[in-house]
Design a binder for this molecule. Structure first.
Ligand code: ARG
Length: 667
């Protein structure tokens, strides 16, 4: 049961006769930050002052309380300070709720009353290039939303909308035709395809850079001139009088523009250096340089290979059919390691036969029309046109997404579609959703579940030192290796180590992969976050390791007490409290339902991650305060505390499972 929601409902009933729209005030009932003020606090009396002429906030609080019926669950409400309403749940009511959980597999999380069919579009890498760290967030956030929605009783379809029809295939086809190493391809096809992709990319970039670098140099010269001119202007102008306000403002203005010019210059220089480095990698390598010279038009020719593939060219289609399953196998290996599954993997190629119809239909419905040779959807209020067919006849990312929507609604019959995609695509999704609604898909709830970037310590997108993207496989390998060291050190520091080698390996897997996932999930998805190995895997602090460890410790306590968990639950023993830390832990356990509900309001898994961290923390405090296995405590207290350990462990395991993180029995 979501207790907060229940209380809010009671407030709604109390507020209904008092205000026209109680909703915003109902939302001001929250969990109290400080247990001294009770369990919940309502702050709605203060903002209501403006609606009640002449009444003080305390008067209004009293009025609300007089309408409020919570006597079954709370002690009499208290009005504090300027008009806060403090609520404390009755101990016997709390105990009744928590004792119900002993036999509740769902740990108090109800199933939704009106299940929806939700399509979750997540991961969606462009295949044929190895997966990199940028693919992590969508996969991890999407997977946890998938699990949570399903657990709450929705019908969920996880769809991996892979990019399997894009320009990267033209590059690989070109590479395969000209540069393939038969032997390497036979041994490791995906490795060889990745090499070909990188090679073609590098050569195309090289030719582009030989044109771009002189332009950059010229840009820098011009910038220097501008800076020089501005400096001269400053030095030649007579200093403004202190009383001359416009003069002073003008001086400031010109200093500011000088500063801006200098920052731009520094960016230009950085870009030039990076470009030169890239170019020199080819320039200084006689073999690469010779290849580059032999393929001056590689970029154009690769694009032509893509166009030929799209036009149905036999040879290219065959190559694509040969490459794709290999690429999918490689992807699958990563998903297997991460423990991420999909119900469907309908890539962009799946929708290709449907695209012509989409365009015809949109033109017929007068949503799209020709503009400068292309066909674009024009949506009222949007300046940017949404291009659905380019001048050369090619369909776009947008066309595919529109066809995908039609399929997901008309064939899959979905009510909600979540797109777990990088925030940088928000403009695309805004236009997509508006076009789809105008097209007739009004009843569908479209959501761009966007997220920020993973940054390195330098606060720039996380890259290797040489500026390459970080491969996901090697990231996972490294995380598991680091986790192994932590597990080894921890176990070796014990008087008598407890874990054998295979157990250590399993734990390192769970900690390594759990650590990567949790570091991502604990942040509000909108924010960028800095990737930091030490912080991510630490045994203490806000990490998966800490939560996994709390759970393993609970298992250890119960084992040490020779307690069979199933029998304990069926023994008829109940939870009671003697210490405040016990009550706090119980209250925390009872908050799981509300944490899960909160995630689904705006699809933010960090609210569950944060909840689990707090739960592990409250458990630690309880355990420091309350002996569980001591023979100095009464039998009923011991049983109660063992039950509390068991419940906490179950909450942690369920919560970790909903985030896609493996618990460990021992650590
Ligand atoms: N493949 C795309 C990319 O890597 C993401 C696709 C997201 N899903 C969608 N329906 N557009 O940018």
């Amino acid at each position: 049961m979501n207790i907060l929601a229940l209380l809010q409902e009671r407030f709604r009933q109390a507020l209904n006769p008092l205000v026209a729209d109680p909703q915003p005030y109902v939302e001001m009932v929250r969990t109290a930050q400080d247990p001294r003020f009770g369990d919940f606090q309502a702050n709605c009396a203060m903002p209501l002052v403006k609606l009640f002429d002449g009444k003080s906030a305390r008067d209004i609080a009293a009025l609300i309380v007089s309408h409020l019926d919570v006597s079954d669950m709370c002690d009499p409400p208290e009005i504090a300070g300027p008009g806060f309403i403090n609520l404390r749940l009755k101990d016997d009511w709390v105990l009744k709720q928590v004792n119900v959980l002993i036999s509740d597999e769902r740990m108090g999380v109800p199933r939704v009353k009106t299940p929806k069919h939700v399509v979750v579009d997540y991961s969606a890498p462009n295949v044929a290039k190895p997966m990199h760290v940028g693919h992590l967030r969508s996969s991890v956030i999407g997977d946890s939303l998938y699990r949570i929605l399903k657990f709450c009783g929705h019908r969920v379809t996880g769809d991996n909308h892979i990019g399997d029809w894009g320009t990267q295939f033209g590059m690989i086809i070109y590479g395969y035709k000209h540069f393939r190493d038969e032997h390497a391809y036979a041994l490791d096809p995906v490795g060889e395809l990745a090499r070909l992709y990188r090679l073609v990319n590098q050569l195309s970039d090289y030719h582009e850079l030989t044109v771009k670098i002189p332009q950059l140099e010229q840009g820098i010269d011009e910038q220097l001139k501008k800076i020089h001119d501005t400096e001269r202007q400053i030095s030649q102008a007579p200093p403004a009088d202190k009383s001359d306000k416009t003069g002073i403002a003008a001086e400031k203005e010109i200093q500011k523009s000088l500063q801006k010019l200098r920052t731009e210059l520094s960016d230009q220089r950085k870009e030039l250096t990076a470009s030169e480095e890239k170019r020199d990698k080819v320039q200084n390598d006689p073999v690469l340089l010779a290849i580059a010279k032999k393929h001056p038009d590689i970029a154009v020719l690769s694009r032509e290979e893509t166009a030929k593939l799209h036009a149905g060219n036999d040879e290219n289609k065959k190559l694509w059919e040969q490459f794709l399953p290999r690429c999918l196998e490689a992807l699958q290996q990563v998903y297997d390691r991460l423990g991420i599954e999909f119900d469907l993997t309908l890539g962009e190629s799946f929708y290709q036969p449907l695209l012509g119809d989409v365009v015809t239909d949109l033109v017929k419905s007068r949503i799209a029309r020709e503009s400068e040779g292309a066909i674009c959807a024009f949506i009222e209020g949007n300046d940017a046109p949404f291009i659905i067919r380019k001048g050369d006849g090619a369909f776009t990312y947008a066309t595919t997404d529109l066809a995908t929507i039609r399929y997901r609604v008309e064939v899959l019959r979905s009510d909600v579609i979540l797109y777990v995609v990088d925030a940088r695509q928000s403009e695309h999704f805004k236009l997509l959703f508006e076009t789809a609604r105008t097209w007739g898909f009004k009843q569908v709830d479209f959501r761009h579940v966007s997220f920020g970037t993973i940054l390195g310590e330098d606060r720039r997108p996380y890259k290797t030192r040489s500026g390459d993207t970080i491969g996901l496989e090697s990231l996972i390998d490294e995380s598991i290796a680091r986790a192994r060291k932590i597990v080894d050190d921890n176990d070796n520091s014990r008087e008598r180590p407890e874990l054998d080698d295979p157990t250590r390996a399993t734990v390192a897997d769970a900690v390594g992969i759990g650590g990567i996932k949790y570091a991502d999930l604990k942040h509000n998805r909108d924010s960028d976050y800095v990737f930091n190995w030490e912080k991510m895997l630490a045994m203490t602090g806000d990490t998966a390791t800490y939560i996994q460890y709390a759970n393993a410790r609970i298992g250890g306590i119960l084992r040490k007490g020779n307690c069979d968990r199933l029998s304990l639950r069926k023994s008829g023993a109940t939870i009671q409290f003697t210490e405040s830390t016990e009550r706090e832990l119980v209250m925390q356990i009872l908050r799981l339902a509300s944490a899960v509900d909160d995630v689904l309001i705006d699809y933010r898994p960090h609210l569950l991650a944060n909840y689990l961290f707090e739960t592990a923390d409250k458990f630690t405090r309880f355990y420091n305060d309350c002996p569980v296995l001591s023979d100095k405590i009464e039998e009923s207290v011991r049983a109660s505390r063992l039950l509390l350990c068991d419940l906490t462990g179950r909450v942690l395991e369920l919560g970790l499972h909903l985030l896609g993180i493996q618990p460990c029995e021992k650590m």
